[in-house]
Design a protein around this ligand. Structure first.
Ligand code: NAP
Length: 455
């Protein structure tokens, strides 16, 4: 895949980049290794100061960063502004809380004193996706650098200018040279990086095949990985729910980021008793969405990021229809304009056991399933290989408690849409990956948890 900026709203190639050659990669690895030797001994005060400065830059220049995100991957400009702001938030969160998260933890034992100390591991590689081109990186950068590790970024090949802008932010924030570097390389180079002694661990956010490939490469080297992979999150609406509120959240949860979010609601599992009303209200909401130029402030839905994603989604919709699905709206790519546009789409009546019902739809397509009761809702919610997040809507306490206990996913949100928040751990189970980002759990992924016992 070429490393290039291709505007998804027009199909125009705006800028291409030569990938780094082997000598250039080796030089960056050297620099990262050397940077770690002194950076690991810097104080929390220094690291916090630099990270707060990064947050200042993100806030002051959010309009420029937002334009870059929208240009490279097509998310609506207003969402890109919010993304830059959220990156500042995660920087400030870890600047403030990391010293507490990583403080020595005393433990009473038979020693005169004993404690747990958290120490950095070294160079950590981040393989990142294009869908949240800033947020995915900053939620790695903030805890990783606060812990005293140094970072290398292999960003998705379609967002090179975002990748370079992030390196520039970290440099301007005052972090020492080599503490964070962007590598403009293709995916084929990742296994070599994992084999390099200086790289101690890696995190990948992306598809299942990419995750499996990184896990295999790091398995050979016995190096730790965190994987944040796909999802087909259920959005369950039970008969007792506030349906109007659920429909508003359902629309946002499906259309977020032009439908290309791992934690987007993808399967709407609705109690039979309220299903007609839910479908009607959802249809009205989808029809009211403004599809168009993502740079315009009033656009709700922009293009998909690449022609391949558009083609894959189109094939999935056709497979859903072939399996018995009924299209309530949308169902075909937008043909009267250039770019990778797909309209808001609702499909009902897909047989629950058909293979297509198990797949992740990475675009603005809502699959609606009807269920007779709570048991059937939970069973269907859990009937995919994924386990990232789940949103469930009910006003009944017993139902709520069963949903919390029985949904097989890394998170359950009751009467709200699934979202990431620096204060809460984020990650999945099953084929959605392993390990956690954000919160205290995220910063503990890439540290040596050192046991100290003294007599
Ligand atoms: P992708 O193709 O897997 O790309 C993600 C990153 O992995 C890119 O940097 C890509 O580089 C790299 N990559 C691809 N194949 C690789 C391989 N064999 N070895 C090493 N690196 C490889 O994923 P995507 O299509 O961009 O993103 C969509 C997927 O990501 C969806 O399934 C979505 O649900 C998931 N996602 C998950 C989360 C989460 O937190 N769980 C968040 C966002 C997205 P190139 O660009 O150079 O190919």
């Amino acid at each position: 895949m070429a490393i290039a900026t291709i505007n998804p709203a027009t199909g125009e190639t705006l800028k291409t980049f030569e990938p780094l050659n082997d000598a250039e990669i080796a030089a960056k690895l050297d620099l990262a290794g050397q940077a770690f030797e002194h950076y690991r001994w810097t104080s929390f005060t220094e690291r916090s100061h630099w990270l707060q400065k990064a947050a200042d830059i993100l806030e002051q220049e959010k309009a420029d960063f937002a334009k870059l995100m929208t240009l490279e991957m097509g998310k609506p400009y207003k969402a890109a502004i919010a993304e830059a702001e959220k990156c500042a938030l995660v920087c400030r969160y870890y600047a403030e809380h990391a010293p507490g998260f990583l403080a020595d933890v005393p433990v009473k034992t038979d020693g005169s004193h004993s404690f747990v100390r958290y120490q950095p591991l070294g160079v950590i590689l981040a393989v990142m996706p294009w869908n949240f081109p800033f947020w995915q990186v900053f939620r790695f950068v903030a805890p990783t650098l606060m812990a005293g590790n140094v970072g290398l970024l292999k960003h998705a090949s379609n967002v090179p200018q975002c990748a370079l802008a992030i390196e520039d932010i970290i440099t301007r924030a005052g972090f020492p040279p080599g503490v964070f570097q962007t590598l403009l390389i293709g995916a084929a180079k990742v296994a070599d990086l994992m084999a390099d002694d200086r790289v101690k661990a890696a995190t990948l956010t992306g598809s299942e095949p990419a995750g499996a490939s990184l896990a295999a490469a790091s398995g050979k080297q016995l190096k730790k990985t965190v994987l944040e992979l796909g999802g087909s999150d259920p959005f369950i609406v039970l008969a007792s729910a506030d349906i109007e509120a659920a429909v508003v959240a359902a629309t946002t949860a499906r259309m977020l980021n032009n439908g290309q979010s791992c934690i987007a609601a993808k399967r709407f599992i609705v109690a039979e008793a309220i299903a007609d009303k839910f479908e009607k209200l959802l249809l009205n909401k989808f029809l009211a969405l403004k599809v168009g130029d993502p740079m315009q402030p009033d656009t709700d839905l922009g293009p998909l990021a690449t022609p391949d994603i558009l083609q894959d989604l189109d094939q999935q919709v056709q497979a859903a229809v072939a399996s018995g699905g009924k299209v309530l709206t949308g169902g075909e790519p937008v043909s009267d304009r250039p770019g990778n546009f797909y309209p808001p789409t609702i499909i009902t009546d897909i047989p629950q056991d058909s293979p297509i019902a198990q797949e992740e739809f990475f675009g603005p397509v809502a699959l609606v399933f009807r269920v007779p009761d709570l048991d059937a809702a939970i069973k269907l919610a859990n009937a995919t290989p994924f386990g990232l997040g789940a949103s469930a809507w009910t006003t009944n306490d017993q139902e709520r408690d069963r949903l919390i206990a029985e949904i097989a996913a890394g998170s359950v949100f009751i009467n709200g849409l699934v979202k990431s928040d620096p204060r809460l751990p984020f990650g999945g189970i099953k084929r959605s990956g392993y390990g956690r980002e954000l919160s205290i759990q995220g910063i503990h992924e890439f540290v040596n948890v050192k046991t100290v016992w003294v007599k």
